[in-house]
Design a protein around this ligand. Structure first.
Ligand code: MN3
Length: 200
């Protein structure tokens, strides 16, 4: 059994004008696919063949970790965006008010984390010990290796925005935060209390 390149949960042009079809074609069809191809090549004929993306991410190191974590992070990222307007569930909305004061304050914290993360990585909204928190991970860093429950992520690798925005990461982050965040997905993760699972 090999790891599959999961399909995008929407059409390639569904996030336009905020994220172009060209960006998704390359980001999903080339970047995400390359992580899948490299991991499958690395685990072929080993004990890790047949393990899930989550299992490999939690146990591997080096290139196997990097590829597995990037496969999972990208799957989570595709779901973190939606072409449709979404709202947090009642329970998540209450937690946002309790832990950040308001949705605007949360979005400001997430924007600061995403814009200011140095070089490649990911900005995340997570639950850490029962409290909502904004964090970032570097390169392939993945929250599955810690105890937090991820709710949403923003990819801040340059390949996520260079075709559409060139070097302007703040413009990309603003476009995602103001138009695309999938609060239904965040609420599902929050209400379940465990992270989404990469499709087998
Ligand atoms: Mn990426």
């Amino acid at each position: 059994m090999t790891i599959a390149l999961m399909p995008l949960p929407y059409a390639q042009d569904a996030l336009e004008p905020h994220i172009s079809a060209k960006t998704l074609e390359i980001h999903h069809g080339a970047h995400h696919k390359t992580y899948v191809d490299k991991l499958n090549a690395a685990i072929e004929g080993t004990d890790e063949a047949g393990k899930t993306v989550e299992e490999i991410t939690k146990s591997a190191s080096g290139p196997k970790f990097n590829n597995a974590a990037q496969i999972w992070n990208h799957g989570f990222y595709w779901h973190s965006m939606s072409p449709e307007k979404t709202e947090p569930s009642e329970s998540l909305a209450t937690a946002i008010t309790n832990d950040f004061g308001s949705m605007d304050a949360l979005l400001e914290a997430l924007s600061n984390e995403a814009v200011n993360h140095f070089a490649s990585g990911w900005a995340w909204l997570v639950v850490d010990a029962g409290k909502l928190k904004v964090i970032s991970t570097h390169d392939a860093g993945c929250p599955l290796t810690s105890d937090v429950v991820p709710l949403l992520t923003v990819d801040v690798w340059e390949h996520a925005y260079y075709i559409d925005q060139m070097n302007k990461r703040p413009a990309y982050v603003k476009a995602v935060l103001e138009n695309l965040l999938n609060w239904k997905f965040a609420s599902d993760n929050f209400d379940r209390g465990t992270a989404w699972t990469y499709p087998a």
